[in-house]
Unconditional design. Structure first.
Length: 161
């Protein structure tokens, strides 16, 4: 079942690369008592994710935070090495949490997994964005068209803030 507005996020632990190495980040640590923008991509370094989806959030980071958002994170079914390299290459390290859902457990628990085996990617995440307040989804934008980052993009989310 796909997560809905009003639902609490499932408990999960991610890995995130930092300057001190990998750290574990739990949903409790990241979302409890905070307003957080979370968005997901099918894969780090993939064209739409790197050229269209992530840049909007990086470019609008200050505007999003100015609207009362405490933190921002991107999640993908990739390992922490890949997510860390993507954060460094895109200039996002330290600006947005780059969370590795390495086995897809969080993505599957949210009901937002997608089998992209036909494109050689295996099971990944659907593209989405959401606003989470104290662990509860208050806004949810799931992209229905593969290769698009409009419904789930930063501009659409800013309008909802």
């Amino acid at each position: 079942m796909t997560i809905q507005i009003g639902d609490k996020l499932p408990q999960a632990t991610f890995k995130e690369k930092t300057s001190d190495g990998p750290v574990e980040v739990s949903t409790g640590d990241l979302f409890a008592g905070k307003k957080v923008v979370l968005f997901a991509v099918p894969g780090a370094f993939t064209p739409t994710c790197t050229l269209n989806h992530l840049p909007g959030f990086l470019e609008n980071r200050d505007a999003i935070l100015a609207k009362g958002v405490d933190d921002m994170a991107v999640v993908a079914v990739n390992d922490w090495h890949v997510m860390g390299a993507w954060a460094q290459q895109t200039g996002g390290m330290g600006k947005i949490h780059f969370l590795a859902d390495w086995d897809g457990a969080f993505t599957k628990a949210m009901g937002l997994d997608a089998d992209l085996s036909g494109g050689g990617l295996g099971v990944r995440s659907k593209r989405y964005s959401m606003l989470v307040e104290d662990g509860v989804v208050t806004s949810l934008n799931i992209e229905e068209t593969p290769g698009q980052a409009t419904v789930s993009g930063a501009a659409a989310l800013i309008e909802q803030l």
